[in-house]
Ligand binder design. Sequence first.
Ligand code: AMP
Ligand code: MG
Length: 406
Amino acid sequence: MRYRFGMLTLEEARAAILAEISPATATETVPLAQAHGRFTAQTLSAQVDNPAFDNSAMDGYALHTADLLGAGFVLPRHGESRCGDPPGRLAPGTAMRIFTGAPLPAGADTVVIQEDVKQEGERVVFPRSVQAGSHLRRRAEDFRQGDALYPRGRRLGAFDLALLSVAGVAQVPVYVRARALVVATGDELVAPGTPLRPGQIYESNRLATLLMLRELGVEAVDGGTVRDDPAALRELLKTSMDFDFIVTSGGASVGDHDLVRQVFAEIGEIKFWKVKVKPGKPIAFGHVGTRTHFFALPGNPVSSLVTFKLFVEPALIAWHHGVPHLPQLAATAMNDFRRHPGRTEFLRARLVTQDGKLLATALHGQGSHMLGPLRETNGFIRVEADSAGFRRGETVTAIPLGTDFS
Ligand code: AMP
Ligand code: MG
C-alpha cells in the first residue's frame, strides 16, 4: 500500500517485489535426470564418499616406498588392479600394475607412473625419486558421505547433476514449478501469419515472455491476446486466479485505453505501478485473489523485455526459494552516450571481451519500440538515475544476458 502512489526507484521496486512474493510451499521428488533447472526443496547430502576408495590417479605401478629402497629400486611385478576390481593386497616386496581409477591395493603407499619406469621382463626398474603418497586419490578427499552438498533453493544445472550422480543422489526433492499465464493486450495486435490491416501490428511480447519463463523452469501457459475491453480483462483475471503468476503486456499506463491497470486495481491489489526505470516506467505489480502474483508490463516490446529481466525474473526465482541476483560487471564504454538524468536506464548493448577486458557498446536505436538492435544485444549498460551518461573509455556497469561475448 505504501508504494501505491509514489514512483519507486529500481531497488525499491525490486525489494518490494521480493517482500511481496509468497514462495512455493508444494514440493515433489523427481528422478535426478529430471532435476535439471529445478530448485532444491531440501539440503542435498552425499550418499557416499568421493572418492569412494583410495585409488590411482595415473596408469603405473603401486608399491610400498620402503620396499623400493631395500630392493635397490628394482621390484618384481606382481598382480594387477583394474577399474571395477575390488581392492586387493600388495604382496610385500613387489610392485602391482595399476590403472587410473583402480583401487589402491592394501599395503601400497604410492603410485609411480608408467612413463617413469623401465620394464625388464617381469622386473620393473624405478627412478630414485619416488615419494610416498604420489599419484593417489584419497578416499573422501572431495566430500564425505553425509556432507551437505546443496542448500535449499539452489537451481540445479548440468554440473550439479554430475556432482549429485557421483554422490549417489538418485531422487531430488524440488519445489513445484510456478505456473504462469502470459497474455498480450491491445486491439492493434495480430499474430504473424495474418495479413495486417491498416493500424494493426504483429504481436511480439507474448512469445518472448513465454520463452523466457520456460528458460527459468516455469510452466508458462499461452493466454493469447486480449482486447482493450474492461469486460474481457475482468473475465481474464477472474478466471486465472489458480495461476501463481499472471504476466500481461500492454495497457499498463495512463491512457484512456490502458485498461489493464484499471481492471487490476478493481479486482486485485496493486502494490506499485511506477518505477523510475527506462525503458519501462509503467509497470504494475501486485496480487489478484489469494495466491496470484500479477505483473502488468508495458506494451512497448523493448520495455516489456527489459522489465521482465529486471522484475519478473527475480520474482520467479524468489518464488522457487532461490536468491535472485543481477550480475553487474565493470566494462569500458566504446561510445559516448548523453542524456537527461532522472531514471535508471538500461541501454541495449553489445558486450565483447578483448585481452581479458569487457568492452560495452551502446547500440544505435534505443527507442523502446525498436527491435532491430535486439539482433546484437547480449547485455545492458546500466546508467544510474543521476547520471548524464558516459564517454567512450569510461567505466560503465554492464549486465550480461548470456555468456557469448564474441
Ligand atoms: P501500451 O503499453 O498498450 O500503451 O502499448 C505501447 C506500445 O507497444 C504501442 O505502440 C503498442 O502497439 C505496442 N505493443 C503493445 N503490446 C504489444 C505486443 N504484445 N507486441 C508488440 N507491440 C505491442
Ligand atoms: Mg495498448
